[in-house]
Design a protein around this ligand. Structure first.
Ligand code: ADP
Length: 271
């Protein structure tokens, strides 16, 4: 009968299962702690980054008050207040976007998304900045493609790549946005002829708040969050983002996303 089975068989079967369970629990706790540390870091960084523009706006407001009889100075300070508050609102907007992407269900109700629409909106978002530097943003590649996911997120990701291409390019250059596909994925490439990225920095640019030599391009008003948003969007969709660049010659960012429902959502890659 069954109850007559030698007991060492039972032990032999239960022991590895039990230790695997313990291991899984320990791994779970480790992961939990890691997530918690990342979150604490993020909050600390956000607070730090918010203080800079807020402090600047405060000082400028004081300066405006003191310069009441110098209209030229008032105008100058007001202009800088505008720049700083734009930066502040971009920062707040991107922090909200990022924390939504880090939420429990970052990819709510995914559906087929027209890549042509995504690219059109993304290009449009940078039109004013591109025009002011006489940068031509050219689109090409395959039309009529769809990706499977969140329209809002995919648009935000491509818009960030196009905005960066424009920000880090000189006047009178060209930015190229193309799409192509294989059976399972689409690839959106954003190619610029801008300042490029030093090889030693290429891994780090996807980190939150990381900027290559912030002093050199403070004028772009960047936040250092754009590429981490792109990376999160790629990961929640089960895709990825890669970069090629030659310093002084330009960069290519390629975002790969699934064309169909994907089972490879990749939250782990974010930590
Ligand atoms: P930022 O708001 O500073 O643009 P991102 O996260 O979008 O933040 O980018 C991080 C850093 O990567 C930028 O500060 C810049 O140094 C570098 N970078 C991003 N895109 C490009 C590009 N197309 N060309 C050159 N450098 C880039």
């Amino acid at each position: 009968s069954r109850s007559g089975m030698p007991s060492r068989h039972v032990t032999a079967r239960v022991a590895p299962l039990g230790s695997r369970l313990v291991l899984a629990l320990v791994e779970d706790r480790t992961r939990e702690r890691r997530v918690e540390a990342v979150r604490r870091d993020f909050v600390a960084n956000v607070s730090h980054e918010l203080k800079t523009p807020v402090g600047a706006i405060r000082l400028l407001a004081e300066a405006v008050g003191d310069a009441a009889d110098d209209p030229e100075a008032v105008k100058r300070f007001a202009g800088r207040m505008l720049t700083e508050s734009d930066r502040l609102s971009r920062l707040v907007q991107q922090v909200i976007e990022l924390s939504r992407l880090q939420g429990d269900d970052p990819l709510e109700a995914p559906m087929p998304v027209s890549l042509d629409d995504v690219i059109a909106v993304a290009v449009d978002t940078s039109a004013i900045d591109a025009d002011s530097k006489r940068i031509q943003v050219v689109t090409g590649g395959v039309h009529g493609l769809e990706v499977y996911g969140s329209q809002e997120q995919v648009t935000a990701a491509v818009a960030n790549l196009v905005a960066n291409a424009v920000s880090y390019s000189g006047n009178d250059s060209t930015v190229l946005v193309t799409a192509k596909a294989d059976e399972r994925t689409v690839e959106i490439s954003v190619v610029d002829q801008g300042i490029g990225i030093p090889e030693t920095e290429m891994d780090r640019i996807f980190e939150r708040f990381y900027r290559v030599d912030p002093a050199r391009h403070r004028s772009t008003g960047g936040t250092g969050l754009g590429l981490s948003i792109v990376k999160h969007v790629a990961a929640t969709h089960g895709g990825d983002v890669r970069v090629w660049s030659v310093e002084g010659q330009g960069s290519t960012f390629t975002l790969t996303l699934p064309r169909h429902l994907s089972s490879t959502f990749n939250q782990e890659a974010l930590l």
